[in-house]
Design a protein around this ligand. Sequence first.
Ligand code: RNT
Ligand code: ZN
Length: 419
Amino acid sequence: MYDVKKGYEVAKEFYAQYGIDVDKMIEICDKTPISIHCWQGDDVGGFEKKEGGLTGGIQTTGNYPGKARTADELRADLEFAMKYIPGEKKVNIHANYQEADTFVDRNEIEPKHFEKWADWAVEQGIGLDFNPTYFSHPKSENGTLSALDENVRKFWIEHGIRSRKIGEYFYKKTGKVCVINHWTPDGDKEFPIDTIGPRLRLKDSYDQIFEATKDVEGVMDGIESKVFGIGAESFTAGSHEFCMGYVMSKNCDHIILTLDTGHYHPTETVSAKLASVYTFSDHVLLHVSRPVRWDSDHVVNFDDETRAIMEELVRLGKLQDTYIATDFFDASINRVVAWVTGLRNTRKAILAALLQPVDAMKKLEADGDVSGRLAVSQEFKAAPFSLVWDYYCQQKDAGVGLEWLEDVRTYEKDIQSKR
Ligand code: RNT
Ligand code: ZN
């Protein structure tokens, strides 16, 4: 291993030239929570005591051996991965990760079915986030919250209500706000004739869920849109305009917009949307993912868009107001490697964004020096942030560089490959 401390000292000098306090930025980066999605560990399968595959227009591809088969295995894998993910963390679970002894349907879930998750989170000293699961269920085939069949719609409204109560339970157990993400896959393969009916029903369903649980505390609710899902390519009830409109019309503290990086047309970017949303909203829930041609949910890369999102949050002064969560599922590689890589990239993008002379660039812009603005912004694309990153990982005992990879290989050999 090279002299990490020496690298850090050099980087510190480099950044000091521009008035950037490296230690302060490390501290801010470290304290910014990232919510780790549990579903990378078992290909969005969950642990309901019933058979049935993944539906809802999302897909995992690959069959890499060693996936978690039980919630205990999943938690063990998460614990292992978390060692190599520096900084404040939360874990994000879905309703279908319940641990009831016998089958409990989605409209009957209760806090007690998630007790093990809550106890584990307390033990780990982390917060828990939650998601109602409006997919992978026989009743989700013809819509959920927007369904024409009133009995089906009622079933899913009840699921949403129960999910918010579980969120409150997590808040009370962990003392940390539970961020709930509401995403429905409701859509159509072909162009429907009635395109407003499903939206009006979806709106009414959300209204009913929030009205019935208006006394719930410690919960934030993200409303997630999508451009299309597999098998529902022509129409999505919860479109961007719908979700944005819903959130803005509610104009209340806990209902916020979720922006998933895979849920827009390929030439649209979430980084370019943030400022407009923040013009009207105090918080945003982010699903950091990587779409390749479509919402393919590849492992987050340290790529231009991930960096641009974090840069934008820093420049807006909204890093602390944004609930940052990851959302990807790759079944073709070791699932712990997927977690560690995607989460480290997300964290690294935050650090790289913080290590930039934002005030100086803003001043150049305000002074009309657009040439200077361009020059400075480009210079910092390849500034020595990775030396600071290595030092930060060393301080946190999270593995410098690729140190973690050997450990995961050992874990794979000793634990995962025996499953
Ligand atoms: C699907 C959405 C949603 C899911 C998770 C599992 O397109 O992104 O957030 O990925 O809820
Ligand atoms: Zn998402």
